[in-house]
Ligand binder design. Structure first.
Ligand SMILES: NC(=O)c1ccc[n+]([C@@H]2O[C@H](COP(=O)([O-])OP(=O)(O)OC[C@H]3O[C@@H](n4cnc5c(N)ncnc54)[C@H](OP(=O)(O)O)[C@@H]3O)[C@@H](O)[C@H]2O)c1
Length: 279
């Protein structure tokens, strides 16, 4: 047994919930983030029952809102003595151009800005409270199709939900690689991963009827959530990856991220543009 604490966003459903079960079984104290208190409490009860443990709690936040992300970080620091693993996992697919309360395109707000802001708000705390902290960013194979246009980051001209999703998953990879550079001489590692194609409801929540239908059929050929959580659990807990940072993973193996994501100056430019979007 150990006293390590893991914070998992998007722990109320899908891959995040299965990751919570896997890490609770390994003796981690697990804190999940949900945007709805009743749903989060139900998830906590399910995770306790499935893992046979009692050290599972929740905090609430709407990750599309920067104010709410900041409050989440403050709540975590006020309530818990340490942070050993942060898993930025919550994600969404929006079929239409929608904006967050901060005026940011929704997929960028949830899939990228929340990863960035929550990490930045918790970084010093993690450095001070964990001997070897791990940050894990759930990205996707979809990042291979992503290309960024800094002149129209929100894709206001000819919005495509899936194309925007690819871009936000590329942002996860670029953020991971730049953060790894910045954390080189610290006690914190950061890695990104593709969980596989996993049978969850991600494509059904904010798409139109046709997109939901397509995802419903496509996802049936995917793996179950337990398999989908395996790489997140591996990166959070395996001694094999102690000290390993700045890598992209799939099936618990190191894999090369897209050639485009290795373009000189791209990850630095995204960092600058992200900072400009922080209120
Ligand atoms: N499924 C796949 O095949 C696949 C493939 C590659 C990558 N991924 C990545 O895996 C991650 C998890 O996806 P999933 O498939 O497990 O999806 P999911 O079942 O829909 O779970 C997504 C989680 O994120 C939460 N979330 C979404 N918007 C939020 C917001 N504004 N505030 C707070 N929480 C929010 C959801 O909360 P609610 O329960 O309240 O909706 C849910 O807990 C995502 O980053 C996704 O991009 C998935």
């Amino acid at each position: 047994m150990h006293n390590k604490i893991v914070l998992i966003t998007g722990g109320t459903a899908g891959i995040g919930k299965a990751t919570a079960v896997g890490l609770a079984k390994q003796g981690y104290k697990v804190v999940i983030v949900g945007r709805d208190a009743a749903k989060a409490q139900q998830a906590v009860d399910d995770i306790k029952a499935l893992s046979g443990t009692s050290e599972v709690e929740y905090l609430t936040a709407d990750l599309s809102s920067q104010k709410s992300v900041r409050q989440l970080a403050a709540d975590f620091k006020a309530k818990y003595p340490r942070l050993d693993v942060l898993i930025n996992n919550a994600g969404a697919v929006y079929n239409k151009l929608e904006y967050s309360v901060d005026g940011i395109e929704m997929q960028i707000a949830i899939n990228h800005m929340a990863y960035y802001l929550l990490t930045m708000e918790l970084l010093e705390f993690m450095k001070q409270t964990s001997a070897s902290g791990r940050i894990i960013n759930v990205a996707s194979h979809s990042h291979y199709g992503g290309k960024l246009n800094f002149d129209d980051l929100f894709m206001t001209k000819g919005y495509s939900g899936y194309s925007m999703y690819e871009r936000t998953k590329l942002c996860n990879v670029l953020f991971t690689m730049e953060l790894a550079e910045r954390l080189k001489s610290s006690n914190i590692t950061v890695n990104a991963l593709h969980p596989g194609v996993v049978k969850t409801d991600i494509g059904k929540k904010h798409g139109g009827f046709l997109y939901a239908l397509f995802w419903g059929i496509f996802a049936q050929f995917g793996m179950n959530v337990d398999k989908g959580a395996a790489t997140s659990i591996y990166l959070a807990s395996s001694p094999e990856v102690e000290g390993v940072s700045g890598k992209y993973w799939a099936k618990s193996k190191h894999k090369w991220h897209s050639k485009y994501s290795q373009t000189d100056g791209l990850k630095e430019r995204l960092w600058e543009e992200t900072e400009k979007l922080i209120k």
